[in-house]
Design a protein around this ligand. Structure first.
Ligand SMILES: NC(=O)C1=CN([C@@H]2O[C@H](COP(=O)(O)OP(=O)(O)OC[C@H]3O[C@@H](n4cnc5c(N)ncnc54)[C@H](OP(=O)(O)O)[C@@H]3O)[C@@H](O)[C@H]2O)C=CC1
Ligand SMILES: Nc1nc(=O)c2c([nH]1)NC[C@@H]1CN(c3ccc(C(=O)N[C@@H](CCC(=O)O)C(=O)O)cc3)C=[N+]21
Length: 278
């Protein structure tokens, strides 16, 4: 049975450290989350982020906008927070409604306040090895691997999924730590076989429990980013945990694995954005 990577525990420790730092400040770091519409999953995530921010002692605000908000109105709202010195971090919850151009929106956030790390400048800086803000989920995964002293140099890593928010940036970060990385996706042939070559397997697909033991080499480190509701409404990952855990050397659970680390990195980057304004 592999060691369970306790994301919730590490996130709690990190948030405690952030809280201690914030107590010593004269001004509160501020985080605003812009949420369009009523996507139930987004509402839950956003609520969690607000709770984290308040616990740490940040100024925290959720700007709830109707689903009918126009692109221009959203861009105006972002610009107001770009100019507002009380807010050091701005996060626009994704996905956005169809009528809004995501690329335009992400480009409108001042890179210094882009605590998600999704602005093209931040992506470019990450890829060129001089990061300012790092996408929170990949960042959280790297912190978790480091906490458990998991060696990456010279290891083979397979990332399943190539999204801008998870797959591509985690592949970049693993490469920077000298892993040899393969990115797989829906067009990959012999996916299970490719995955089985991995010392480190990162799964970010969005299909409940798709990855079973046929994808996993004995002794592999398995990172499950997936966040899905199964038929009974229970939160499950992309990995069949019960089947894979006995094979793995380390494995993240869902919940309490990658998800809490994502939120902790968001808080960390908000404090760093604040500190850069001093
Ligand atoms: N824990 C956390 O903090 C976070 C969790 N998530 C969760 O992680 C999962 C992935 O999210 P995200 O990256 O945004 O998702 P996207 O939907 O943007 O990307 C999914 C990727 O998986 C690939 N894929 C889809 N189906 C298959 C398949 N059958 N075989 C192989 N590859 C496949 C897609 O391939 P192709 O490119 O070819 O279409 C795509 O690259 C979701 O469950 C999401 O909820 C996301 C963000 C944060
Ligand atoms: N601009 C933007 N930034 C994001 O970072 C972003 C986003 N949009 N859109 C949606 C995805 C998804 N995401 C999650 C973060 C934490 C948990 C999380 O904390 N999960 C808990 C469980 C939560 C529960 O019980 O529902 C856990 O895994 O233990 C989940 C999902 C961030 N995302």
């Amino acid at each position: 049975m592999g060691t369970i990577l306790d994301g919730a525990g590490l996130a709690k420790k990190i948030k405690g450290e952030l809280h201690e730092k914030v107590k010593k400040l004269n001004k509160k770091p501020g985080l605003v989350v812009l949420l369009l519409g009523e996507n139930p999953a987004s509402k839950v995530y956003v609520k969690h982020k607000e709770m984290d921010a308040e616990e740490i002692g940040f100024l925290s605000k959720i700007e709830r906008l109707p689903v009918t908000t126009t692109e221009e109105e959203l861009l105006d709202c972002i610009e107001r927070y770009n100019q507002n010195d009380d807010y050091h971090g701005i996060l626009v919850q994704l996905p956005l409604p169809e009528h809004i151009n995501e690329e335009k929106v992400l480009l409108a956030i001042r890179p210094e306040k882009d605590v998600d790390g999704f602005h093209p400048m931040n992506i470019g800086r990450l890829v060129s090895g001089n990061p300012l803000m790092t996408p929170c989920t990949p960042y959280g995964i790297m912190e978790l691997l480091e906490e458990y002293k998991i060696e990456l140099s010279g290891k083979t890593a397979v990332v399943i999924g190539r999204s801008n928010i998870v797959g591509k940036p985690i592949a970049t970060l693993l490469t920077a730590k000298n892993a040899t990385v393969t990115i797989a996706h829906s067009k990959t042939k012999n996916l299970a076989e490719v995955a089985k070559s991995a010392d480190i397997l990162v799964v970010a697909i969005g299909v409940a429990e798709m990855v079973d033991k046929s994808f996993v080499k004995k002794g592999a480190v398995v990172i499950d980013v997936g966040m899905n509701r199964n038929a009974e409404g229970k939160l499950v990952g992309d990995v069949k945990f019960d089947e894979v855990a006995p094979l793995a050397s380390f494995i993240t659970p869902v919940p309490r694995g990658v998800g809490p680390m994502t939120r902790a990195m968001l808080m960390k980057q908000t404090l760093e954005a604040f500190e850069r304004t001093l």
